[in-house]
Design a binder for this molecule. Structure first.
Ligand code: MG
Length: 456
């Protein structure tokens, strides 16, 4: 029987610490997670947030109370814990992180033995155990053990290096600036880059869960210090992570923020040049440049709903080797089918070393699209009907209806109209070869949506 209450969102359980996310709650949900994993071996990791030790201890208590053994890997990037789950043959894992959310938040992410998040139907099982109070607490002499797993940062760094041409990169002696947002990204990538022969300049690289210097979300407006540092230092590029270092956004040698879909398209192009015909998995919100590059270099594009776990699940199902999101999430299957900031940085370096070109030049060689965004208010209960009407109205344009309505228009422009999952609005993402055209497109479809809503 499915519960009506829901704890897991699109990226695990998230909440404000000591409001929704108390130690008592963490222990109880961990007991439900432990019951689900049935006395298994569970890896536990956490990012650099203020509340992490409190929650890690609470989660440990809940897990061992059900007879699970906990392997505490300590503070690390999310992709590092995901890699370690697989590498150390765990039965599952728990990562305590709220990724890019503000400092008062934290979260609990549950992963399967391969490090990928568990699918929704398994989350439902854990929710049911929690809400029905069915956690199986074991007898005193069967309580699980707690072990340390001290070398995961090193093992992860070595694993990433296996996928790039170390000698070719080392020869170039690149200068890279890393902005870790005072999150866990600073624990791996600066050292990885140094071992790849780079000169590394770091900003916001000390761990500080109050995020004193910039918000942990790598949005362009939060990356001006990094852009300035890249320019002043005349570095080859800069890379910025979110709080748990699974997403990465790059600043080119000219100090320009290159949004995630452009760097993903660059990785896609390089990948397809040596892996023609391979499948590329990407959410429908990705830029047209991902489609252009995919088609030009013989890739098989698979569009998905928006959400990083959906990309991971689709990659696993199709045995795809590459996935990417517009927000800087790149999934490199040969390493692991989850987004991974250190891996992405290494791939960009690899492309630079292979081509001998600067990042601005590499990105300049791909088609440039301008993105315009907007939104229109729409009551939640009308969203489904609005979508149906809209789809019918644009039927002649062969809409893609995986998630909202996406139109690939003949003049190379495109528009995505999508109901927000969290707010009573429809969102518009218009793309075209000029900013004016993108703006016009958004305006046109906003009008259409207003008309549909008014007619209901
Ligand atoms: Mg993240």
């Amino acid at each position: 029987m499915e519960n009506t209450k829901r704890l897991f969102g699109t990226n695990g359980i998230r909440g404000v610490v000591n409001k929704e996310l108390t130690p008592e709650f963490a222990t109880n949900i961990a007991a439900a997670i432990g019951t689900f994993f049935n006395r298994g071996r569970i890896i536990l990791g956490y990012d650099g947030r203020v509340s992490n030790i409190m929650l890690a201890n609470a989660v440990t208590g809940g897990l061992v109370s059900t007879g699970c053994d906990v392997y505490n890997a300590g503070m690390a990037p999310t992709p590092c814990i995901q890699y370690a789950a697989k590498n150390h043959r765990m039965d599952g894992g728990v990562m305590i992180t709220a990724s890019h959310n503000p400092p008062e938040y934290n979260g609990i992410k549950v992963m399967a033995r391969d490090g990928v998040e568990i699918p929704r139907h398994q989350e439902v099982k854990i929710e049911n155990i929690f809400f029905e109070n069915k956690a199986k607490r074991v007898a005193w002499d069967s309580i699980g053990h707690v072990h340390d797993l001290p070398r995961v940062l090193y093992e992860y760094k070595e694993a990433v290096k296996k996928h790039v041409d170390i000698a070719a990169i080392r020869k170039e002696r690149y200068h890279i600036v890393v902005d870790a947002a005072n999150g866990v990204g600073g624990l791996v990538t600066p050292y990885l880059l140094r071992e790849l022969g780079c000169k590394v300049t770091t900003i916001n690289a000390n761990i500080d869960g109050t995020f004193p210097n910039r918000p942990p979300e790598p949005r362009p407006e939060n990356l001006q210090d990094l852009a300035t540092t890249v320019k002043v230092a005349e570095a080859d590029f800069g890379v910025a992570f979110d709080g748990d270092a699974d997403r990465s956004i790059f600043i080119d040698d000219k100090g320009e923020v290159q949004w995630g879909d452009r760097t993903f398209a660059l990785i896609e192009k390089d990948f397809l040049q040596t892996n023609r015909g391979e499948t590329i998995v990407t959410p429908i919100s990705s830029s047209r440049v991902v489609k252009d590059v995919g088609e030009k270099y013989g890739g098989k594009l698979v569009w998905t709903e928006v959400g990083s776990t959906i990309v991971s699940f689709t990659m696993k199902k199709l045995k795809a080797k590459l996935g990417g999101e517009e927000n800087g999430g790149v999934f490199y299957g040969p390493h692991q089918p989850v987004r991974d900031g250190a891996m992405t940085t290494a791939l960009i370096l690899n492309i630079k070393a292979k081509t001998g070109k600067q990042l601005s030049q590499l990105i300049g060689e791909m088609p440039l699209y301008y993105l315009e965004k907007d939104k229109v208010k729409c009551p939640n209960e009308q969203k489904a009907l609005v979508l149906k009407r809209l789809t019918a109205e644009v039927k002649h344009l062969s809409p893609e209806t995986i998630d909202g309505v996406k139109l690939w228009l003949p003049d190379k422009s495109s528009i995505l109209i999508r109901p927000s999952g969290t707010e009573p609005v429809y969102r518009f993402y218009g793309e075209a070869r000029t900013r004016e055209k993108a703006g016009k497109l958004v305006k046109e479809y906003k009008q259409k949506l207003h008309q549909i809503i008014a007619s209901l």
